[in-house]
Design a protein around this ligand. Structure first.
Ligand code: SF4
Length: 461
């Protein structure tokens, strides 16, 4: 590692969190703009180890401020291929977090980075961050012969870079859309998020891109080729145990093995029973709304509250960490375009609420007859108004409301909710004071839970 870098660099800093009180400057994040992109380029176009900063460096920023932030990594090498871009791009996250006093969250155009006060006092600059990243990438991947990094902190240039990067993301995502799970005999898995979500095993199939949205099936395949002992691995599909739910014996076996036996069964396309585990860097969350027997989706960029009265961040804190949470699932936005999108639960016919910006983004995927029947925050901000909206618009879920009541009268418990037979339900609890901070998880195994209603309320500060 370059001796001029004024802070330590190493794996031990990976879990370091820089709280607001210790923040020198925020780069990108929810109150600014930003993106990170990695591209493969011809060898002759790359100036090896060059770090360029377009705009002010951190050392010229004011304490407590925020800045637009773009990270453009270009790599070259004889064995480099375009399919590796997404996989290498995802490594910006963990390598950045090796740098003491520099924090990196999320991926693509939702990144959020932070420089701590101590690191700023020692003189940490973006030049140093770039140099450390180049050293880390080149020592981990032999295939990278040359690498250069450009950081953007000027608003106009960052905006332009974000537009360009989004075009690349769209092209990458579109590539996997033509392929079906039935066309392949192998899926891929990723363990990168186990550093903070120990039970989390991402399963990546043609119709289920990774939860962070960064790694498609093609990129998983390319990663295994160049780094067969790395965090991304091959999964033999095995027997298809349930077509609708997306249950495969190979996925179950591999997940069980790689989660140390904690997760035994995974349904790739359902929120109920055994949903996919949720790490923490998912782009969006799918959540079941018992009151209307429908499914809502909220994405990371949405600053408002869901019909439950809680924002994305609160929900993410409760369902993340690598657990299976019945009725909740972290997912990529691209999964909304999947032909198998929550197909066991009714797919789009069960979708009742999502933020307007997200609805606009995926509008072309929504069936024409449903477009006006799915609410956004402009139509409903809590459960009563959501119920009214769905009734007025004649959403398909409304047909089930009557059936539920009849079944309840007949003394039966309808499938899914409000009564659920839950093989395992982990319930993260906040608000209970614990010495040293943090929270607790209560895990019910093989429990039957009957509830007339589930009410989630926001705790006023
Ligand atoms: S979300 Fe999944 S694919 Fe993405 S880095 Fe984490 S484990 Fe890997």
């Amino acid at each position: 590692m370059d001796k001029d870098i004024p802070v330590d660099v190493g794996l031990i800093y990976e879990g370091e969190r820089i709280r607001k009180a210790n923040m020198f400057v925020d780069l990108a994040g929810p109150k600014s703009i930003g993106v990170e992109l990695l591209r493969v380029a011809p060898v002759e176009k790359i100036k090896d180890k060059e770090v360029t900063i377009v705009g002010p460096d951190v050392t010229d920023m004011e304490e407590g401020s925020k800045s637009p932030f773009g990270v453009f990594v270009e790599v070259a090498g004889e064995k480099m291929e375009e399919d590796l871009e997404g996989v290498l791009e995802r490594r910006i996250h963990d390598f950045s977090n090796y740098i003491q006093g520099y924090m990196h969250l999320n991926s693509r155009d939702i990144i959020w980075c932070r420089i701590g006060k101590d690191a700023a006092k020692k003189g940490l600059s973006l030049k140093h961050v770039g140099t450390a990243l180049i050293d880390l990438f080149k020592s981990e991947f032999d295939v990278i012969e040359k690498m250069q990094i450009t950081f953007y902190t000027k608003e106009d240039e960052t905006k332009k870079f974000i537009e360009d990067a989004r075009k690349v993301f769209e092209k990458r995502d579109a590539r996997a859309r033509g392929l079906k799970d039935e066309d392949v005999d192998k899926f891929y898995g990723c363990l990168l998020c186990q550093s903070f979500a120990p039970q989390h095993v991402c399963t990546i199939t043609p119709t289920r891109t990774s939860s962070c949205g960064s790694i498609s099936w093609f990129e998983g395949r390319a990663a295994v080729k160049v780094d067969p002992k790395g965090p991304i691995f091959e999964i033999s599909k095995g027997e298809e145990l349930d077509t609708l739910k997306g249950e495969y014996s190979g996925v179950n076996e591999e997940t069980q093995k790689r989660s140390n036996g904690e997760v035994e069964t995974v349904y790739l396309h359902s929120l109920f029973g055994h949903p996919h585990t949720s790490c923490g860097c998912f782009e969006a969350i799918a959540f079941y709304i018992p009151d209307v027997d429908g499914i809502g989706i909220v994405h990371r960029d949405f600053q408002g509250v869901t019909p439950f009265g809680i924002p994305f961040s609160t929900m993410a804190g409760q369902v993340g960490g690598g657990i299976q949470s019945e009725g909740f699932m972290g997912m990529a936005i691209e999964y909304l375009r999947s032909p198998k999108f929550l197909q066991a639960d009714g797919g789009y016919n069960r979708l009742v609420w999502l933020p307007k910006a997200l609805k606009d983004r995926i509008e072309s995927e929504l069936p024409a007859e449903l477009k006006d029947k799915i609410a956004t925050e402009e139509d409903a901000t809590e459960l009563d108004s959501l119920r009214e909206f769905l009734k007025e618009k004649g959403h398909p879920v409304v047909e089930n409301w009557g059936k539920e009541e009849e079944e309840e009268k007949a003394g039966e418990v309808p499938g899914g909710a409000p009564g659920m037979v839950v093989p395992e339900l982990s319930m993260p609890l906040s608000g209970i004071p614990i010495a040293g901070g943090g929270g607790i998880n209560i895990t019910f195994k093989n429990a039957k839970i009957y509830a007339e209603k589930i009410i989630i309320t926001r705790k006023e500060k």
